[in-house]
Design a protein around this ligand. Structure first.
Ligand code: ADE
Length: 541
């Protein structure tokens, strides 16, 4: 009973917060939008009249700036609808969204595309579900969204005093209950409650509130149905899964579940601890939902956002990208790494700098808008005072040989200096930037995908990498023909600075973020001077 009351109390507080944020005149906070989010699906809609997206997944957009977007296109004779959340500050298929303040999704044809292509965007809950191909100031057969909104406001305003009274009562009950418990119970310890499977962290262990989001506080495990395996790593397997949204209805959210066998507890714990710092949240870091100890199944789970396009290595194997996509993928990768390494968030709050230590294209995921996010933090290290000198000293050579910096291959890192961990990450990031560039049409003749230093299937061991990377100072080839494109030329110079043999001479990830903005602005002026010579390429399968 107490637990139910607690939940009701929490729910009511949340509801009142939502009401006050949604009804306030001056919007101080923006709530994330709720949008249809099925990525790409085939459709019977033939781009006339009004179509339904037929997408049965409603997703909370990751970022409050994101709006709902739908695109319709005909690809090789098949009609396809794409439903996503997207930040209008960034181009979508090379187009800036201009209609995202609309309440309905009014389709507009994009002219200079190879195929028939329509895009619409809007800023109301699930507004990308109904797609209007005919011009609608007030779509036929639908209630005006404005009148719906005002009706909602009237309802909310009249319910407001009742809600306040309920919240005051429930909060008083909640405070009393917490006070009572605090006085009765022994101090909690970090561990796993064997009865409930919920993970408990002591109050003093994690006194900073920044870790509160990482735990499945529910006593029951989440209602998740595993669908298919989508990845296999050193310590765990990743599955696409459905997280059921309600007890009765059929709706669900697609999520990824990383399953660690019981023997890999340490790896699960490392990754869970890295993820549980809420300050790590960033659009270019995989979004973490919760962790669970699945006792009955003898394994541990990490539940995260799911990205349909899979990892960057698979994506580059199957796709050639254009210059804009190269900048989007490379820039977002650098922003992810810079955020990981930073000791402040974008909002200026302090955060622990983290070294990834296994950066490679297989540990980068491609999001729906082709930006990237970092994943797989199983070898990551918090570079704060939580590490003792012995722990640091024992944290020498880890990662994947192919992507290891020379000083890591040689086990000659300066383990006392946290910057050396970041410099090793920057080396690996440079190899990934090279991989992305190698599949960009702006370089001219694009060859089939190859990882840095050779064939995909070959397993490269530390000893053979030492011969190449240290003795012969080999790096992936940058053919002269690539530098015919001004942007690629500038990018390759930066890549070369990042894989310098001397760790101290390497650029920082933040510097690469800035280089990408400089290169993009240089290219805007180049392309307005000479539009045809430096074509942005096309993104094709
Ligand atoms: N492979 C590994 N993690 C993944 C994720 N979160 N989404 C899609 N594919 C993945």
């Amino acid at each position: 009973m107490e637990r139910v009351m607690e939940r009701v109390a929490f729910g009511s507080v949340l509801l009142v917060c939502l009401v006050s944020v949604r009804t306030s005149e001056t919007k101080v906070f923006r709530l994330p939008q709720l949008c249809k989010f099925c990525d790409v699906e085939s459709t019977a809609c033939n781009a006339t009249g009004v179509c339904e997206s037929s997408c049965n997944i409603t997703s909370i957009c990751e970022n409050p700036d994101e709006v709902c977007v739908s695109a319709w296109r005909r690809s090789e004779g098949n009609a396809i609808i794409e439903t996503v959340c997207h930040n209008p500050a960034l181009p979508f298929y090379g187009q800036y969204l201009t209609d995202y303040n609309n309440t309905v999704c009014q389709m507009k044809q994009v002219e200079d595309m190879k195929e028939e292509f329509y895009i619409c965007s809007c800023n109301e809950e699930e507004c990308n579900d109904r797609l209007f191909f005919t011009d609608v100031s007030s779509p036929p057969g639908t209630e005006s969204p404005l009148s719906k909104r005002s009706l909602r406001s009237v309802l909310l305003v009249s319910l407001f005093p009742v809600l306040i009274a309920v919240v005051v009562l429930l909060s008083a009950f909640y405070c009393f209950h917490m006070f009572h418990q605090h006085n009765l119970k022994a101090p909690k310890t970090k561990g796993i409650d064997s009865e409930t499977c919920a993970i408990i962290v002591s109050d003093d262990d994690r006194s900073d509130s920044s870790s509160a989001n990482s735990l499945n506080h529910n006593t029951e495990l989440l209602p998740i149905q595993l669908d298919a395996i989508v990845g296999k790593g050193r310590f765990a397997e990743v599955y696409r899964a459905k997280l059921k949204q309600g007890a009765k209805d059929e709706s669900f959210q697609k999520v990824a579940v990383k399953i660690f066998p019981y023997e890999e507890y340490a790896s699960w714990k490392t990754e869970w601890e890295i993820f549980s710092d809420t300050e790590l949240r960033h659009e270019n870091v995989l979004q973490f939902l919760t962790a669970e100890d699945r006792k009955a199944e003898q394994c541990y789970w990490l539940i995260t956002a799911y990205h349909e396009r899979g990892n960057l290595q698979e994506f580059l194997t199957q796709h050639v990208i254009g210059w804009d996509e190269l900048c989007r993928m490379g820039g977002s990768l650098a922003r992810g790494v810079a955020h990981l390494h930073a000791d402040r968030t974008l909002c200026g709050r302090s955060k622990a700098p983290i070294a990834h230590r296994d950066l490679k294209s297989a540990n980068v995921l491609v999001k729906a808008d082709l930006s990237c996010c970092l994943c797989d933090f199983g070898l990551s290290l918090r570079l704060d005072n939580s590490m003792s000198p012995e722990e640091l000293a024992n944290s020498g050579q880890v990662g994947t040989a192919r992507y290891m910096a020379p000083e890591v291959l040689e086990s000659r890192m300066d383990l006392e200096n946290i910057e050396s961990f970041k410099q090793a990450d920057v080396y690996s990031m440079a190899l990934v930037l090279w991989e992305i560039t190698s599949r960009c049409s702006a370089i001219g003749d694009v060859r089939e995908y190859k990882p840095p230093f050779g064939k995909l299937k070959d397993h490269l061991c530390v000893e053979s990498m030492k011969d190449d990377v240290i003795r012969d100072e080999l790096r992936p080839e940058i053919p002269a023909s690539w530098t015919n494109h001004t942007g690629v030329q500038l990018l390759c110079s930066s890549i070369e600075e990042c894989w310098d043999h001397d760790p101290e001479a390497r650029l920082t990830a933040q510097c690469i973020v800035e280089r990408f903005s400089e290169i993009s602005s240089t290219m805007i002026s180049v392309s307005s001077d000479d539009k045809s010579a430096q074509d942005s390429g096309n993104y094709e399968k």
